[in-house]
Design a protein around this ligand. Structure first.
Ligand SMILES: [Zn+2]
Length: 194
């Protein structure tokens, strides 16, 4: 992780321990809808570098069952890697029912913007917008009523639903096959008692 710069600060929010995941950012006062709460800083990288880092993270997720992903698409040429220590906004947790969203302005800077009025003390959240390629590595514990169980962008929810359906069908088939086998017996001779 790159070091050196001072952590980004916000006049609206600060870092605290979170029930959702590790640390999070919380409103230190009421935040009006549309407020730019904090800039999401990072390293601007080209697509080639971004793919390299993304693939490395994918491998890590396969091995360890989890990897932090902070890569953002800025435009056709540039991405942003938010995995730098001074990027305080990287600590904002994902939610399936978020109160913020990440917006890119004309200068390709990313801002965490309030989607609605946020009360003092509320945790800030936004949807990380991941696709479903690696969804099993990113379970969601946001606890909202809309939670789909995985950290996946809303655009991909229908796709996720399809994948989960397939997975459930597979599991049911497996269970049924096992039950059938059980009825037939295990093929071993049983010793008589006594
Ligand atoms: Zn969720």
């Amino acid at each position: 992780m790159a070091k050196s710069k001072k952590p980004t600060r916000s006049k609206w929010a600060e870092v605290r321990g979170s029930d959702v995941h590790g640390r999070g950012m919380f409103a230190t006062k009421a935040i009006p809808e549309g407020a730019e709460i904090i800039e999401y800083h990072g390293e601007r990288i080209d697509k080639e570098e971004s793919n390299r880092r993304g693939n490395a993270l994918f491998d890590e997720a396969q091995e360890t069952g989890g990897a932090q992903v902070y890569l953002f698409t800025l435009d056709e040429t540039w991405d942003l890697d938010g995995n730098v220590e001074w990027n305080t906004a990287r600590l904002i947790n994902h939610s399936c029912d978020p109160n913020c969203e990440a917006q890119i302005d004309d200068d390709l800077r990313i801002w965490i913007v309030a989607l609605r009025e946020i009360a003092e003390g509320d945790e800030l959240t936004f949807n990380y917008g991941f696709d479903t390629d690696d969804y099993e590595s990113h379970p969601c514990r946001c606890g909202s009523e809309r939670c789909v169980g995985y950290i996946v962008g809303e655009d991909y929810w229908p796709d996720l639903e399809k994948k989960l359906k397939k997975k459930r069908a597979k599991a049911t088939k497996k269970r049924e096959a096992k039950a059938k086998k059980g009825k037939r017996g295990d093929g071993k001779k049983r010793k008589k008692k006594g």
